[in-house]
Design a protein around this ligand. Structure first.
Ligand code: SF4
Ligand code: SF4
Length: 374
C-alpha cells in the first residue's frame, strides 16, 4: 500500500473519531460543484473531462439476489467483450485522461481472464476500485490480488447477517464465504468497505452487521437506501426525457421503516462511527441535510437545487457503451469504436444532461444514491 494511501486511511480514522468525516462527503462544501461547472451544465450541458470510470465489466454473476436490478439484462447476454476488446477500451480511457477505474458487475471475478485484465489496467497506471460479492476469494486468490498495488479499495456487498444475507442472495453458504474473503483481504492489508442496501429483509440485522464489520477491522461501512421506482415516476420521467428513458428497477414499494426509524438509524451510525473510528455512512449524503424531504420524496417539490454526482464520472457497461446514468439506459456511444473524448461532450449527451438538470433532475432520481445538492 502506498504511503499516500496509508495516510488517507489514518486520516479517515482520525476524522471519524472526531465526528468530522461527513464533511468530506458533502461535495458542495468541497467545491466539487463550482459555480462555473454548474453554470456550464445549465447553459450547455458541458462537463469538463471526468477522471473516473465506473465499469460494469460483466453482467454474469454466480449468485441470484432477489433485489438484483441486472436480472433482466442478464437474460439477454449472448456474449461479452473479449480480453483484447477490453484492453482496447482501457487504452481509450487512458487516452482520455482517466485516472481511476471502478470495476463492478455482475460479479467481476466470474471472468476467467480477470487477472489479465487487472494486469493491463495496472500496467497502464490506473487506480483500481473493485466491487465484489467476495465468493471467489480464497487464500490463493487473495494472494494473487495482493500483486495489484493499484487497488485502492475492495468493496464487499453484504446484505445482512448469515440467515438474511443467504436468503437475499438466494444461495446458501455465501455469507460465510464472503466473511472469509473479507478476513483474507484484511490480512493482506487492503482497504476494505462493506456495502449494504437497506431493505425489508435485513433491517433487523443492521446493528449486528455494524458490530460484525467493526470486529472484522474493515475501514468503511456503507449503507445505501433501496432504490425503487413507481410506474407513475417512470411515466413522469419519460414525459421529460422522452421514451428512450427506461429503467431496470420498477417496483411499487415503500421504505420498510418509518421516518423516525430512519433518523434513529442516522444517529446510530453517527455515534457508532465516533466511538469505533470506522466510518459508517448512509448514501446518498443529501439524506443528512434533508432527511425528511428525501424520505417523503419531496426534494424536487421543495425546490432544493439538485445535482447528480454521476454527471462527473463515466458509466460504462459490459458492451463498452457509455451512459450518463446507470439507471437511465440510453447509450451515447461505444468505446470499442468511438473515442471517449469525442463522446463525453457530444451534442446528444449535453442535451440530455441539460434536460435533466433544467428540470431539477427527474422523478426517478429522487431515491437515487447519486443524488446530491448544490
Ligand atoms: S451479487 Fe450483485 S450482481 Fe450478483 S446477483 Fe447479487 S446483486 Fe446481482
Ligand atoms: S440522480 Fe438521476 S440521473 Fe443521476 S444517477 Fe440517479 S437516476 Fe441517474
Amino acid at each position: 500500500m502506498e504511503t499516500n494511501f496509508w495516510l488517507k486511511r489514518k486520516a479517515l480514522k482520525v476524522l471519524t473519531k472526531l465526528g468530522l468525516t461527513n464533511y468530506l462527503f458533502f461535495r458542495k462544501h468541497n467545491k466539487i460543484y463550482s459555480k462555473d461547472r454548474i453554470n456550464n451544465i445549465l447553459k450547455t450541458g458541458f462537463v469538463s473531462n471526468p477522471i473516473r470510470v465506473k465499469w460494469e465489466l460483466t453482467m454474469l454473476c454466480n449468485l441470484n439476489c432477489i433485489m438484483c436490478h441486472q436480472k433482466e439484462r442478464r437474460k439477454n447476454i449472448f456474449k461479452e467483450l473479449k480480453t483484447d476488446q477490453i484492453k482496447k477500451i482501457v487504452d481509450n480511457l487512458y487516452a482520455a485522461g482517466i485516472k481511476k477505474i471502478l470495476l463492478k458487475g455482475g460479479e467481476i471475478f466470474v471472468r476467467k481472464d480477470i487477472f489479465r485484465i487487472l494486469d493491463y489496467i495496472q500496467y497502464k497506471g490506473f487506480k483500481i476500485n473493485i466491487i465484489t460479492n467476495g465468493t471467489f476469494i480464497n487464500k490463493d486468490f487473495a494472494a494473487k490480488l495482493n500483486n495489484y498495488k493499484n487497488i485502492e479499495v475492495i468493496t464487499f456487498s453484504l446484505d445482512g447477517l448469515r440467515v438474511h444475507h443467504d436468503k437475499i442472495r438466494n444461495v446458501g453458504g455465501v455469507f460465510d464465504k464472503t466473511i472469509e474473503a473479507i478476513k483474507l483481504t484484511k490480512e493482506k492489508n487492503f482497504f476494505v468497505n462493506i456495502a449494504c442496501v437497506l431493505q425489508k429483509d435485513n433491517l433487523k440485522d443492521i446493528r449486528g452487521l455494524v458490530d460484525l464489520s467493526i470486529s472484522l477491522g474493515v475501514d468503511l461501512v456503507t449503507f445505501t437506501m433501496e432504490m425503487f421506482y413507481t410506474n407513475d415516476e417512470i411515466e413522469k420521467s419519460k414525459s421529460i426525457m422522452g421514451n428512450d428513458i427506461y429503467t431496470y428497477v420498477s417496483k411499487n414499494r415503500e421504505y420498510p421503516f418509518s421516518y423516525d426509524e430512519l433518523t434513529n438509524l442516522i444517529k446510530y451510525f453517527k455515534d457508532k462511527s465516533k466511538k469505533s473510528g470506522v466510518y459508517i455512512h448512509l448514501w446518498p449524503p443529501i439524506l443528512r441535510k434533508y432527511p425528511e424531504s428525501f424520505y417523503y420524496n419531496k426534494l424536487r417539490d421543495k425546490k432544493i437545487n439538485l445535482i447528480c454526482d454521476t454527471f462527473f464520472e463515466v458509466n460504462l457497461n459490459e458492451k463498452g457503451e457509455i451512459f450518463i446514468c446507470p439507471f437511465i439506459k440510453k447509450s451515447f456511444g461505444n468505446l470499442l469504436n468511438q473515442e471517449l473524448r469525442n463522446i463525453w461532450n457530444s451534442g446528444e449527451i449535453r442535451k440530455s444532461r441539460k434536460k435533466i438538470f433544467e428540470n431539477n433532475l427527474i422523478p426517478t432520481c429522487e431515491r437515487c444514491c447519486k443524488l446530491d445538492f448544490y
